[in-house]
Design a protein around this ligand. Structure first.
Ligand SMILES: Nc1nc2c(ncn2[C@@H]2O[C@H](COP(=O)(O)OP(=O)(O)OP(=O)(O)O)[C@@H](O)[C@H]2O)c(=O)[nH]1
Length: 298
């Protein structure tokens, strides 16, 4: 004789047993839906329930589950408060996150700097120039730029070898970093033995003063270069420019002017600073921008 199938029965003799029964049912529901615990939004809720109900103590218990097929399943269980497990996992994830963040910062630093000289690379310079140009436009402040080139560096390399050449480049980069000490200043390698110093809030006069400081500091370093046709020590030529970024002014012009200034300094005999006469943008007291006078400085 066929008996009427029993409905599923869950015998819960203890709190732990009840928790287990709930967990098993929940787990079964997840399996049916093909979910994994990480994807199941209810799972943390269940964990929280177990945590708060079971608190910080260990619990043991038995769950007896009777299925309609007649199979009885008895399971003994030790419940470990999930909070402890979660806290340990949380701390581990936090450490992992900090490690990854530090690694990312290191990678970003490497991507932005020149491996040989330890200063910003050309790409970083272009990035910062764009930002500073916009900031200078907003704040209506001039942006200054120095383009620096070591004099007769080919001869230096030929005379003393590339390793000494590299050391010389590093020494010059050091001088630039020491000279350009303001937090907003950026020293970068522009290419080969050419370096740049970008100086927010710096007029042509201020940029010229900075260039003179660099010449003085380099002379004090006295990096020996007896074969130089210019002086007994390593010297540099510097092109200077400064622009107020308003109206049609372009940041490429700032670089072009400094580059042209550098050419003039080389032409004039090296170991000096020069800037080309260029149109300078000024704005009047009523705040409207106007093209203003030509400046002639060399
Ligand atoms: N050691 C070393 N040399 C470099 C590096 N990058 C560029 N150079 C060298 O720098 C030299 C640049 O020489 P030139 O551009 O001819 O100019 P210069 O001899 O400095 O002469 P002027 O600029 O006219 O005073 C070349 O010999 C390049 O090989 C580098 O990373 N390390």
């Amino acid at each position: 004789m066929r008996t009427k199938p029993q409905s599923p029965l869950i015998n819960t003799p203890s709190l732990a047993g009840l928790a287990l029964a709930v967990a098993l049912l929940f787990d079964a529901a997840l399996s049916i839906q093909g979910l994994v615990p990480e994807q199941a939004s209810l799972f943390p809720a269940l964990a929280h329930f177990l945590d708060t109900q079971i608190a910080e103590r260990l619990h043991t218990g038995t769950a007896l589950i009777a299925f309609t097929s007649g199979i009885m399943l008895a399971i003994s269980l030790i419940l470990i408060p999930m909070q402890r497990v979660y806290r340990a996992r949380e701390a581990q994830l936090l450490r992992e996150r900090e490690r990854l963040e530090a690694y990312n910062a290191e990678l970003a630093q490497q991507a932005a700097s020149d491996g040989l000289l330890g200063i910003a690379n050309r790409r970083e310079f272009e990035r910062v120039l764009k930002l500073e140009w916009r900031r200078a436009a907003r704040e209506r402040q001039p942006l200054g730029l120095l383009m620096i080139d070591i004099d007769c560096f080919k001869r230096f390399n030929d005379s003393y070898g590339h390793q000494h050449g590299d050391a010389c480049l590093r020494a010059v980069a050091d001088v630039l970093k020491t000279a350009a000490a303001r937090p907003g200043d950026l020293v970068a390698r522009y290419g080969g033995e050419e370096m740049v110093v970008l100086m927010p809030h710096t007029s042509l006069e201020g940029a010229n003063r900075m260039a003179e400081r660099i010449h003085t500091m380099l002379a004090e370093r006295a990096l020996s270069f007896p074969d130089s046709p210019v002086a007994a020590n390593v010297t540099v030529s510097i092109g200077v420019s400064s622009l107020l970024p308003v109206r049609d002014a372009k940041r490429a012009t700032l670089v072009k002017l400094a580059d042209e200034g550098l050419y003039l300094a080389k032409e004039a005999g090296r170991n000096r600073t020069a800037s080309v006469p260029h149109l300078r943008l000024l704005h009047s007291a009523d705040d409207s921008e106007t093209w203003a006078s030509r400046e002639h400085r060399a």
